[in-house]
Write a new protein. Structure first.
Length: 429
């Protein structure tokens, strides 16, 4: 089969790497890809935002399956465009992608289905939102309704911060139309957990649990990022949580979508807060997580390709996934300044030295090759994953690998999965 992976991050490198291992895959294209995907397939210089060009490429090259990595093309309707041309693509349609692309749509669906989530108010008028803040109990979480590159969620500790956030989002349109409407909700306390599910419209198959590290700096300090590291399995997830999660979150969600005439087919993952009263939904994502995917796929023993196909063909109920019971820890190496302004074009060295370590996998994100030399080309540059018998073991291995990789002003967190070192996988399974 000819497969096209859309996107250019660590998630897409991990997807291409895993799909390459399938006995059914003949050729892998990545659009636009990075220096890592160029080593396992062919990079096509089409940005993920150029939907028409992607359709044309898939048609002309008789691509059998397209896998869409990022949320933006899904929200823009890439899967609908492919379907109109009778091209197979893995991912939800535009209307189904609203579960991520509109926080208000997701919140209203959760309310209708009584899915446990933060208490929230919805505003389409800034004076009403400002008035609400006069009597709100702080802190509150303020969210732009639409996609804002992961930057549209602000925890406001006091009225002044809330006022300026509302002003920026709704009046100055810092995130464009994404901030035309906002959600103001209560702060949930607890620890976060990502549960990925392959959803075929009616049924779903859960992947192993994972935890992301969203803040830029050690000790969960600094600004929110796309994700600075991940590990799997999550130490705050266990079998006892799974049955209520399925009964109170997954099943009602799919029922609610179907009731609204929406068949979600693709990867859906709720970001959860595990509170003292049980899991609460923070958000829904309509695609694989980054960097969770870089921790999950090295643990997946099964072939990913038939799983994606079964999702599209509404047969996920006939599938099972075999997992490596070892733990995976993923550390993201970023350019100094990320998630703000950063410099690119720095030479990267030591990758071969790190890659030869046993059970270590290096996924590229913002990298490119120039005159044969590997250079940084993005905020998140690499994601390094190691497997280990315990989280502690995987941590040691991953940081050994990370210490061998160099580029100027490389920034990474030293505490990925540190909160889980006491836990071991026997206890979790
Ligand atoms: P979201 O895009 O809604 O998941 O928000 C991004 C991040 O903001 C989440 O991963 C959490 O770390 C944080 N967050 C969002 N909503 C809440 C909430 N109600 N309480 C506490 N933290 C939140
Ligand atoms: N890891 C967070 C995300 O992919 O949105």
């Amino acid at each position: 089969m000819k497969i096209l992976v859309i996107g250019s991050g660590g998630r897409e490198h991990a997807l291409a790497w895993k799909l390459r291992q399938s006995s059914h895959s003949e050729r892998i294209f990545c659009a636009p890809g990075n220096a890592g995907t160029a080593e396992i397939g062919e990079n096509i210089p089409i940005p993920a935002s150029d939907l028409e060009a992607l359709v044309r490429f898939a048609k002309e090259n008789r691509v059998d399956l397209t896998v869409v990595g990022p949320d933006d093309p899904l929200a823009a309707g890439i899967v609908d465009l492919f379907a109109a041309e009778k091209l197979r693509a893995f991912g939800p349609t535009k209307s189904a992608a609203r579960i991520e692309a509109s926080k208000i749509f997701a919140k209203e669906l959760m309310r209708a289905q009584k899915i446990p989530t933060a208490e929230a108010s919805i505003f389409s008028n800034s004076s009403e939102a400002l008035r609400y803040c006069e009597r709100a109990k702080f802190p509150v979480v303020i969210k732009a309704d639409g996609l804002a590159l992961g930057k549209g969620v602000i925890v406001a500790a006091d009225t002044a911060t809330a006022r300026s956030t509302i002003e920026e989002m709704m009046n100055q349109r810092r995130f464009g139309n994404a901030g035309r409407r906002i959600v103001i909700e209560e702060v949930l306390r607890g620890t976060e957990c990502s549960l990925h599910a392959l959803v075929d419209g009616k049924n779903y198959l859960l992947l192993e649990s994972a935890r992301d590290h969203k803040r830029a700096l050690d000790g969960d300090q600094g600004p929110n990022t796309g994700g600075m590291g991940a590990f799997s399995p999550a130490n705050n997830w266990n079998r006892k949580l799974q049955a209520p999660f399925e009964a109170e979150i997954m099943r009602p969600l799919l029922r609610g979508l179907l009731r609204g005439g929406i068949q979600f087919r693709g990867l859906l993952y709720p970001g959860l807060m595990i509170t003292s009263e049980g899991p609460r939904v923070l958000e829904f994502n309509c695609r694989f997580g980054d960097p969770e995917t870089q921790a999950l796929l090295p643990r997946m023993k099964s072939d990913l390709l038939p799983l994606l196909e079964a999702t599209i063909d509404r047969k996920i109920d006939t599938c099972a996934i075999e997992w490596d019971m070892r733990a995976a820890v993923t550390v993201v190496l970023a350019s100094a300044g990320y998630p703000g302004k950063y410099e690119a074009g720095k030479s990267i060295s030591g990758l071969e030295n790190a890659a030869k370590l046993e059970d270590v996998q290096i996924f590229h994100a913002g990298t490119r090759r120039a005159a044969g030399e590997l250079k940084t080309a993005g905020g998140r540059v690499l994601a390094v994953t190691a497997l280990g018998l315990t989280i502690e073991d995987a941590r040691e291995r991953v940081y050994d690998a990370v210490s061998r990789i160099h580029f100027e002003n490389c920034q990474y967190r030293r505490d990925i999965a540190l909160s889980a070192v006491a836990a071991n996988i026997e206890k979790l399974s």
